[in-house]
Design a binder for this molecule. Structure first.
Ligand SMILES: Nc1ncnc2c1ncn2[C@@H]1O[C@H](COP(=O)(O)OP(=O)(O)OP(=O)(O)O)[C@@H](O)[C@H]1O
Length: 270
């Protein structure tokens, strides 16, 4: 099977990647959950992984973090100790009273001043002594972000950071992530469903459906038939300039490269 996916990277990044996956596949329950995943995150860039439910996004994140075993391929993680992770879910025992300060420093002890600084940076400094159970969805995500920032990460990995966050909160949280990238110079690799905000706030999009379908700048990816086939009408509304495509291939299942890719674009075909 030809597995060359669409890649719309305008210029290759010469910097050494913070993490790189080479042909990674993960098995679970006797089947392949993801296969042939090759991607790299370079210093200072924001890369977003998108795809439908069950596409394998969390599996890729866990593989990248070393939290699930890889069945094929290889992962290079030169600075593994400096990855901050904001998980998709964090199940807390509602019976045990837990303050924000304690949650933030639960996995990494730190003096109160550093905890306060991380919470301030995440915009929730006033909540340092609040019980976690009273936090809104958006406040909780920011507290988890502060917890990840406490590691002083070179790479911040976030799995669906917008869960429980309303639309205005999403925009504010993306603005915050962009600020964190600028002030700290750290790279951000995140999973998201929010196509509109993702497309506006990301340097590079990677579109996943078991395998990588396409990747590149949001502007170029929005034009790809593979992307439009996967996201349908939602994707069409993201098109940033007029274009037309003459065929409607199945997502990740194109028999041959489409003839009308935007300049610099490559599609990943499964
Ligand atoms: N340990 C496992 N064993 C077997 N199957 C698994 C395992 N982990 C995940 N899966 C399955 O692999 C597929 C991909 O799951 P994953 O959570 O990576 O998808 P996702 O793209 O993050 O989905 P969502 O958008 O719904 O969060 C799903 O069908 C899931 O049920």
């Amino acid at each position: 099977m030809n597995s060359e996916p669409a890649s719309v990277s305008p210029t290759p990044n010469p910097a050494r990647p913070l993490v790189a996956l080479h042909g990674v596949g993960v098995q679970g329950g006797g089947r392949w959950l993801v296969r042939e995943i090759s991607l790299a995150v370079h210093p200072g860039e924001i890369v977003t992984l998108i795809g439908p439910n069950g596409a394998g996004k969390t599996t890729v994140v866990k593989a990248l973090l070393g939290l699930v075993p890889v069945s094929e391929g290889r992962i290079d993680r030169p600075q593994a100790s400096r990855i901050g992770y904001v998980p998709q879910r964090l199940t807390l025992d509602p019976v045990i009273p837990l303050s924000v300060a304690r949650l933030v420093s639960a996995t990494r002890r730190a003096p109160r001043a550093r905890i306060q600084a991380a919470l301030d940076e995440a915009g929730v400094g006033a909540l340092i002594d609040a019980p976690v159970r009273i936090l809104s969805g958006g406040e909780f995500q920011r507290v988890l972000l502060a917890r990840a920032l406490l590691r002083d990460p070179a790479l911040l990995v976030l799995d669906e950071p917008m869960q429980g966050v309303d639309f205005a909160g999403e925009t504010a949280l993306y603005d915050l992530l962009a600020r964190v990238r600028t002030t700290r110079g750290c790279a951000i690799f995140m999973v998201s469903h929010d196509l509109h905000v993702v497309m506006a706030a990301t340097d590079r999009v990677i579109c996943l459906n078991g395998r990588i379908c396409c990747s590149g700048s949001p502007r170029a990816v929005a034009e790809l038939p593979t992307f439009q086939a996967l996201f349908g009408a939602r994707a069409a509304s993201l098109a940033l300039y007029p274009h037309s495509h003459h065929k409607e291939p199945s997502a990740c299942d194109l028999p041959s490269p489409p003839a009308d890719l935007p300049e610099g674009a490559r599609s990943h075909h499964g």
